[in-house]
Design a protein around this ligand. Sequence first.
Ligand code: ZN
Length: 276
Amino acid sequence: MTMAKPIHDLSRLCVHTITTKPWTLQQSVDAYARAGIGGVTVWREHIEAAGLGESARILDDSGLAVVSLCRGGFFPASTETERQAHIDDNRVAIDEAHALGAPLVVLVPGAVPGMPLAEARSQIAAGIEAVVDHAGNAGVKLGIEPLHPMCADKRSAVVTLTQANDMAEAIASPWVGVTVDVYHVWWDDRLEAEIRRAAPHLFSFHICDWRTPTRDILTDREIMGRGCIPVRQIRGWVEEAGFDGFNEVEIFSAEYWSGDQQAFLDAIIHGYMNHA
Ligand code: ZN
């Protein structure tokens, strides 16, 4: 078994603005750039707060690479009107990514409580098909992110990398691929094989850790090295598959959000250098 080489610098580190949620977009990118971090993934709530034009200016001035926009998706719905509204919103997300110079929109697939998961997956595939030309015209890729099975009720009917790969391969567009987030897929005994299979369309890689015991499936993520996910081993698989993009830290944490964000960012960098 090969293990990824330790990380020596922050050039391939990207931080999601949701990680430092209490900060404005400006505060986030200033702190990331000051720390020597290479990239940023922007969340739509931060874009909304600052406005699209101002966000583009802030990102442009920051010197950071804009890695992706989070997030599109949430395709399934019980009515045709709602489904169409979700498709329209994904077109807006693609336009925003284009305006910000982000090459990728990450898709959280979506699910509807009570809807059979297979039906939800076919609505997700149909939704992606409906926006793929728009994405191609904008030069923006779409990354299908499988979520942990605990999210199958209302956030994602796509819960394994196998399902995400199946969907990307069926859609068969150079603009559609997958996003691997260790939080969601670390438990899967097929993970290494599916990462290898994803090689031609592995668009992005998210890292954090699984706090144990977890207190909340959504907002209790940990800093790398403080939980039970073998982050460095998974990074090794991703790199063996040829991925040479950013390692994106995405940590939803009610606990860290309530504390000092600079201390949190410093701890993230420490965890990144020593455990990712
Ligand atoms: Zn993620």
